[in-house]
Design a protein around this ligand. Structure first.
Ligand code: AR6
Length: 163
């Protein structure tokens, strides 16, 4: 089932939350900063052992201080006009995050709108990529949460879900 929520993803009680990270996996601003703040310094220490993550791939860590048991960090593409493989890379983020979740027997998972903040991916185009992935994988999970940070972002997902 796909749920569209307006929330701070760090508050969600799901098995795994997805982080829109950078390739260092060591923290940053936006949702990444929020997740590291609530998880605590153990997340950065743990991620330092992972050796980074290329754009489009994903890595899994324990949730430490978060309500979620797991954090799946994925590195979205920086928007450079749309002709540099951005859509394929963003789709890979969702696919690789879902694949890691399945390998780890995760039943409920929440995603932020990857790449739509600092990385500048247009929100509607990013939501189309996200929704296609949610629809492809939802039957293998109890809950797939599209975690929006504003009501206007949620409205974009609702429009796509009802299409
Ligand atoms: N809960 C849910 N969504 C959030 C939260 C939150 N607490 N905070 C922000 N968002 P961004 P990116 C939304 O910039 O574009 C970091 O510095 C936000 O409104 O967090 O993938 C990393 O270290 C937006 O819709 O991630 C990277 O360097 C979405 O999350 C870089 O930013 C993504 O915005 C990644 O940029």
């Amino acid at each position: 089932m796909i749920e569209i929520r307006v929330a701070d993803i760090t508050t969600l009680s799901v098995d795994a939350i997805v982080n829109a990270a950078n390739s260092s996996l060591l923290g940053g601003g936006g949702v990444d900063g929020a997740i590291h703040r609530v998880a605590g310094p153990e997340l950065k220490q743990y991620n330092a052992t992972l050796g980074g993550c290329p754009t489009g791939e994903a890595r899994i860590s324990p949730g430490f201080g978060l309500p979620a048991a797991w954090v799946i960090s994925t590195v979205g593409p920086v928007w450079r006009g749309g002709q540099h493989g951005e859509a394929d890379l963003l789709a890979a983020c969702y696919r690789n995050s879902f694949a890691l979740a399945l390998e780890n027997h995760i039943a409920s998972i929440a995603f932020p709108a990857i790449s739509t903040g600092v990385y500048g991916y247009p929100k509607r185009a990013a939501a189309e990529v996200a929704m296609r992935a949610f629809q492809a994988y939802q039957s293998r999970f109890d809950r797939v949460v599209a975690c929006c940070f504003s009501e206007s972002d949620a409205e974009i997902y609702r429009t796509l879900l009802n299409d």
